[in-house]
Design a protein around this ligand. Structure first.
Ligand code: NA7
Length: 542
């Protein structure tokens, strides 16, 4: 599920936003109710503050500690793990293989054994508890501490950080590890608040669990979270109504156990170190790469055999291991889509559902939206207790006390309404704390970014700098690079996507354009290294 996007994201300040006034000493992680008395803070000599104890925040804490700094993390939630602490919906699971979804620190990986090839949320929570045990992280984390404001004070070159509980902290460095998909997107549906049953966003599934036996449940949204919820609850509920806007061009996950003996052997053969060094060399930070030749240069036989083997391998192989021109050539993309469609249709018994779930005309080019990974998702719709409502055909008009009214007058009734409607991506959580900056995401790249940040911080300290800020022209140049790379692919052929912020079209005024760096991990890392090697070119230091 979350944070497994294999692209490297780099965010920029879109031109419509006012120029950033407050500089920042560095990046940050953050949130909440600081309980450190002011006097203690001062004795820490303005420790770097990091917001959020997720995958990135924890690694950043570890790296900065190694630099000899006293670091604190403010975390809004009550425990570590970030999105994995928060997301508790049934079926929550990572969408990349366990072997790459972990820290590349030998002291951590050498004694850890995964159970599943694609770990569940529960297994990842156990992993974070283990990481904390190994690295002793919690002692520097303030939980239940939501950061609400961060203002740069130019005379002192310090951040003034305020929290929801009214506390106030001063910090030299502020590092935002707030996640790309952490602020829920609540749809703008009329009378949503009048629903009398239980209603929550998928990321706010009740932490204590929910007994769905005998319940009528509705799910709005068929993204990665939606499909995991749907395939996991269909057999428990009395009736499930799925409101679909866009069919998910989901791929089979091909889940299996991750054999313990195999992991031991891989460690003995020193494969883990090879794996971690390999990841940033690949376009998407996976262990596989796009094909070295375009689709149009391969024989029909080679094309077909490759796709069959990728389908069998499961996961994102058919996406991120495919021919590179599926992302740039619509004709080629149609071929890939037709292959996907034939595989999916063969699994759906009711022919009336074929056009809804795997239409003849693709809803968007295959792969320009992250496909979900499924296990039995399409079969769910053949169940007698499941109905599918196409909200493009019959748009939702309003919520009623016991259901949803759609165009034409039909009212769908249920006890529980799950909003699997996605997130205000990338900058959502940051804007909430009234600051803006750039930040990519992907477990393969996070350690490399943290290393970059750590090196940068060391550079600042060694050279007595207390402030670093991107130059406006460097931000613009970066933005144009992102747009130029994106323009060569088919990203714009998608009506609603969190890659571009078009999924927020109905709820805010954010400009819609590519927000992600889609030039691949090696190029992204090269650009980062280049800036650092050239004395932090593109940054103002003082
Ligand atoms: P996504 O992938 O953004 O999916 C959100 C889903 O909710 C998607 O199917 C949307 O349809 C649908 N949606 C959003 N608003 C509405 C309204 N108003 N009416 C009907 N349907 C709506 O979020 P997820 O949480 O599933 O996954 C996020 C990432 O987490 C994922 O890519 C993985 O990296 C893990 P749309 O497709 O926009 O038409």
């Amino acid at each position: 599920m979350f944070y497994s996007t294999r692209y490297t994201y780099v965010y920029y300040n879109p031109p419509k936003y006012p120029a950033r006034r407050s500089s920042f000493d560095l990046f940050l992680l953050a949130s909440s109710t600081l309980r450190i008395p002011k006097s203690t803070l001062h004795t820490h000599k303005f420790p770097p503050i990091s917001i959020s104890a997720g995958f990135a925040g924890l690694y950043q804490l570890y790296r900065l500690r190694a630099l000899g700094l006293s670091v604190k993390i403010f975390e809004a939630a009550s425990g570590i793990g970030g999105t994995w602490h928060i997301n508790r919906y049934p079926g929550v699971r990572t969408d990349c293989e366990a072997v790459i979804y972990q820290y590349d620190l030998e002291e951590v990986w050498k004694d850890w054994t995964w159970k599943d090839k694609y770990p569940s949320g529960e297994e990842i929570q156990a992993y974070f508890r283990y990481v904390d045990h190994k690295l002793d992280l919690k002692r520097d984390i303030y939980f239940n501490t939501r950061v609400t404001g961060a203002k740069w004070d130019e005379p002192s070159h310090l951040w003034n950080v305020s929290t929801a509980s009214g506390l106030f902290v001063r910090a030299r460095f502020l590092i935002l590890c707030t996640g790309s998909l952490s602020k829920p997107l609540i749809p703008n549906i009329k009378d949503l608040s009048t629903f009398e049953g239980r209603c929550f966003h998928s990321s706010h599934w009740p932490q204590e669990g929910l007994d769905l036996t005998g319940k009528h449940v509705a799910v709005i949204g068929t993204g990665s979270s939606g499909i995991q919820v749907i395939e996991n609850i269909a057999s428990q509920v009395r009736h499930l109504t799925v409101f679909q806007r866009t069919p998910n061009l989901a791929l089979p996950i091909n889940q299996s156990r991750f054999d313990e003996k195999e992991q031991v052997k891989m460690k003995e053969m020193d494969l883990y170190n090879h794996i971690f060094r390999r990841l940033p060399q690949t376009f998407a930070g996976f262990l596989y790469e796009f094909q070295p030749i375009p689709f149009t240069s391969a024989t029909t036989e080679a094309q077909r055999l490759l796709w069959e083997s990728q389908w069998k391998a499961g996961g994102f192989h058919f996406w991120l291991g495919n021919y590179p021109d599926i992302f740039s050539d619509e004709t080629v993309n149609r071929e890939a889509y037709a292959f996907w469609r034939s595989k999916v249709r063969a699994r759906i018994r009711n022919p009336a559902l074929h056009e809804k779930l795997a239409p003849i005309i693709p809803p968007h080019p295959f792969g320009i939206k992250q496909p979900g990974l499924e296990q039995g998702y399409f079969e769910v719709f053949d169940r007698e207790n499941v109905s599918l409502v196409d909200v493009k055909e019959t748009p939702i008009e309003q919520v009623t006390p016991n259901g949803l009214a759609v165009r034409g007058g039909t009212i769908h009734t249920f006890d529980i309404l799950v909003l699997a409607t996605g997130f205000d991506s990338f900058t959502g959580a940051i804007i909430d704390i009234d600051i803006r900056l750039q930040r990519p995401n992907s477990t393969s790249v996070i350690p490399r970014q943290s290393d970059w940040i750590t090196d940068c911080l060391k550079f600042l300290q060694d050279n007595d700098y207390t402030r670093i800020e991107t130059k406006r022209d460097a931000e613009e140049a970066w933005r144009y690079l992102i747009l130029e790379i994106a323009s060569k692919r088919l990203w714009h052929k998608c009506e609603s996507s969190w890659y571009t912020g078009s999924n927020l079209a109905s709820t805010n005024t954010r400009p819609v354009e590519m927000l992600a760096f889609s030039g691949g991990l090696p190029l992204y890392l090269e650009k980062c290294a280049e800036a650092a090697d050239n004395g932090y070119q593109g940054f103002e230091l003082s």
